[in-house]
Design a protein around this ligand. Structure first.
Ligand code: SF4
Length: 220
C-alpha cells in the first residue's frame, strides 16, 4: 500500500489540531522536566497507562531524584519500589542497568543512537524516546497504542511484532517527521488513549474519520 506525502501531512495536521485542545498534561512533559526525569518516565510508561504512572511518578522521583541516587540503589530495592506499578522485575532490572551504565559514564549521556543501542536492555522504544527527548531528533514512540492509531487510519501492519514490521517502522518515522515531532508523538499517544481507543473507538467525534480506512470500512 502506498501512502502519499499528502496523506501524512493531513494526518499530522488533524492530529495536532486535536492535540491543541485535548492533549494531556503530565509532569514529565513539563518544560522543567530534566533529562533524567524524561528517561525514567518512559521506562515507567512502557505497557502502563499514563494516568497510573502519573500517580506513582512523584514519589519515585522524590526517592530517586538523580542518576546518582538511582545508581546507589540495588536491583532488588528498585524492584521492590516498582512493585505497585507492575512489571517490576523487568523495569527494576532495566533501571538498574541504566543507572549503572550512567554511573560508569560519570553521568555523560550517549551522544548518538548507536551508543544508546549498545546499552543493555534499552530496547527499541526507550532508544526512540532517548532520540526524541535527549538527542532532540524525530523518532516514533511506537508502542501498541501508536500502532493501533496508525493501522486504523492508514492500514494494517505486515508482521505481528511491531519492532520488526517494516511497514509500521517506516510509516511511524514518516508521521513524526515534523518540526514539532515531540508534540506529534504525544498527540498520537493521547489520541489513542482518549479517542481511538482499543475497545469502542469514538469514531463519531473523531476529526480524522474522513480519511480513516477503519472508519470507512476499507479495513476492519
Ligand atoms: S475514525 Fe475511529 S478508528 Fe479512525 S482514527 Fe478516528 S477514532 Fe480511530
Amino acid at each position: 500500500m502506498t501512502i502519499s506525502n499528502q496523506q501524512i501531512k493531513d494526518f499530522q495536521k488533524y492530529i495536532l489540531l486535536w492535540y491543541k485542545s485535548n492533549g494531556r498534561h503530565f509532569p514529565w512533559r513539563n518544560k522543567s522536566a530534566t533529562n533524567y526525569q524524561k528517561i525514567i518516565s518512559e521506562v515507567l510508561l512502557q505497557r502502563t497507562k499514563a494516568e497510573t504512572v502519573a500517580k506513582f511518578y512523584p514519589n519515585f522521583i522524590r526517592k530517586y531524584s538523580s542518576w546518582h541516587q538511582l545508581g546507589n540503589a540495588s536491583e532488588q530495592e528498585l524492584k521492590d519500589t516498582l512493585r505497585p506499578l507492575g512489571l517490576y522485575n523487568q523495569r527494576g532490572t532495566r533501571l538498574y542497568k541504566l543507572a549503572q551504565e550512567l554511573k560508569k559514564r560519570k553521568g555523560r549521556f550517549p551522544k548518538n543512537r548507536t551508543e544508546v543501542e549498545e546499552i543493555s536492555m534499552m530496547g527499541q522504544y526507550i532508544t526512540n524516546a532517548y532520540e526524541v527527548f535527549i538527542l532532540k531528533r524525530p523518532s516514533p514512540l511506537l508502542d501498541v497504542n501508536m500502532a493501533r492509531v496508525l493501522e486504523r487510519y492508514f492500514g494494517p501492519r505486515q508482521k505481528s511484532d511491531i519492532r520488526y514490521d517494516p511497514y509500521l517502522q517506516d510509516l511511524s518515522r514518516k508521521v513524526v517527521n515534523h518540526i514539532n515531532f515531540k508534540e506529534v508523538n504525544w498527540a498520537i499517544l493521547d489520541f489513542g488513549a482518549l479517542i481511538c481507543k482499543a475497545k469502542s473507538p469514538k469514531c463519531n467525534i473523531c476529526n480524522l474519520s474522513k480519511e480513516c480506512l477503519y472508519f470507512n470500512k476499507i479495513y476492519i
